[in-house]
Every structure is written in C-alpha cells, then in structure tokens.
Design a protein around this ligand. Sequence first.
Ligand code: NAD
Length: 257
Amino acid sequence: MTTLSGKTALVTGSTSGIGLGIALSLAKAGANLILNGFGDASKVIAEVEQLGGKVGHHPADVSDPAQIADMIAYAEREFGGVDILVNNAGIQHVAAVDEFPVERWDSIIAINLSSVFHSTRLSLPGMRAKGWGRVINIASVHGLVGSVGKAAYVAAKHGVIGLTKVVALETATTQVTCNAICPGWVLTPLVQKQIDDRAASGVDPQQAQHDLLAEKQPSLEFVTPPQLGELVLFLCSEAGSQVRGAAWNVDGGWLAQ
Ligand code: NAD
C-alpha cells in the first residue's frame, strides 16, 4: 500500500462526490489533507482526525484567482506546502450552444479550467523546491469526446487535458508528474441533477438513471469515487512515477465505442 505519510494533499471541491472520495483515499494512505468546497466539511474533518492525520478546510471559491492564491498561501503557512494537488472542483450546465447562458459559460471556464491553471502555477514552485510532487487533474471523458448540450464543460475539460500535457512536459525531468483522470458517469450530486432533470419530464427515476447509463456507459454501472481514489494513489506511488501527461479514462467502456 502507498504510504503518503508526511505529504500534504490539497483536493479542490472535496466536500462532496468524487473529490470527497479521493480525499478520503489520500487520508487513509497517510497524507495530511486540505479540503476545499462549499459543502459542510465537519464530518470529513472528524473522520480524517480519527485516522490520525492533520486536516484543514479552506473555503476558496476557485473561480477567483485571488482566493486560490490565499488557499495556497494557507497550505504553505499551515502545512509546509502542497505535495499532491488534485484539481477536482467542477460544475455543469446543459444547454444548446446557441442558448447557452453567457454567465454559465464564464463560470464553467473559470471553475473547471482556469482554476487548474492558477492552482498549478502557484503549487509548482514548492513542489520543484522539495523535489517531488503530483498534479492530478480530474477531467472527464468529456475531455476526450463531446456530447450535445455540454459546450462549456467539453471545452473546459479538453482544455484541462491540454494543460495537463504541457505541465507534464515542463516537469518531465523532475520528480513532479502531472496527469489527468477521465471518469465516465459517477453518481454524485452533479450527475443526480441530470437524472432529476430527465425524471422531471415524467420518466420514472430508476428508468431515467438506466437510460443515462445506457446511452454512454456499456458496463451499465457507475464508476465510484473510491475507485478513482485508488487510481490517484497509484499515480502518487513509485510505480506511477513515469506516467506523465496521461489522460486516463475510467469509464465503464464509454470511450471504447
Ligand atoms: P459534485 O457536485 O459532487 O462536487 C463538486 C465539488 O466542487 C463540491 O465540493 C463543490 O462544493 C465544489 N465546488 C463547486 N464550485 C466550486 C467553486 N467555485 N469553488 C470551490 N469549490 C467548488 O461533483 P462531482 O461529480 O464530484 O464532480 C467533481 C469533478 O469530477 C468535476 O470536475 C467534474 O467535472 C468531474 N467529473 C464528474 C463526473 C461525474 O459523473 N460525476 C464525471 C467526470 C468528471
């Protein structure tokens, strides 16, 4: 098992869903943890404290570069810096491109893409100085293929994968690696909303869930946050140290089609 004792992981958007699952995997592997996100962090903080790790929560809104800078400064002050950066915070909005609300486009680009640039540029100098680091970007299968109604999300996630490759190249001769993980459907609040929207048009909720999976994900099963947490641990391990610039899909067969 990977031991991350003495390392500090910052997981953006970790008060729910995928980020929470990844944060718990990192804490169970011994990492100190900085949580971020708008949800209630108190239960997770108590759970991580029980594991014996140091844990904190920073409430940065990652759509604001100044708040990201404040979060990285907090990490340096209270934890000695960020060793493992998991850029996970993200939002979704579904609408046709010619009806897409401009302010939703701007928010999705800011939260799902620009925040990855800001947290990475601010964390890298510390990682380089310590001679080790991991930047792990939670992109999506939508970083590799499109779907109707998701213009901003697909554009942002493709951007994240491009940025991942550049950071991987710029750190290639160091012990810092940068990779993207591309999940298919994971049953989190972000996806539950899309199921609820389908059910609102009169479809049985179970049927709406089945239809959502059947359209894209051949396994007909959701990917789980703990499964993604295990992949993050692998990328943090010595065995993962030459995985660089990858966009690793975990998608129940979505991209095999
Ligand atoms: P979620 O809605 O469960 O969690 C999102 C988290 O981000 C929450 O903690 C929320 O508080 C936080 N957040 C939202 N806006 C923020 C902001 N401006 N500043 C700081 N935190 C903010 O969503 P999820 O499904 O767990 O998604 C997490 C990531 O995984 C996203 O980047 C998403 O695009 C990606 N993803 C999700 C799926 C899926 O099927 N659920 C698939 C592929 C990729």
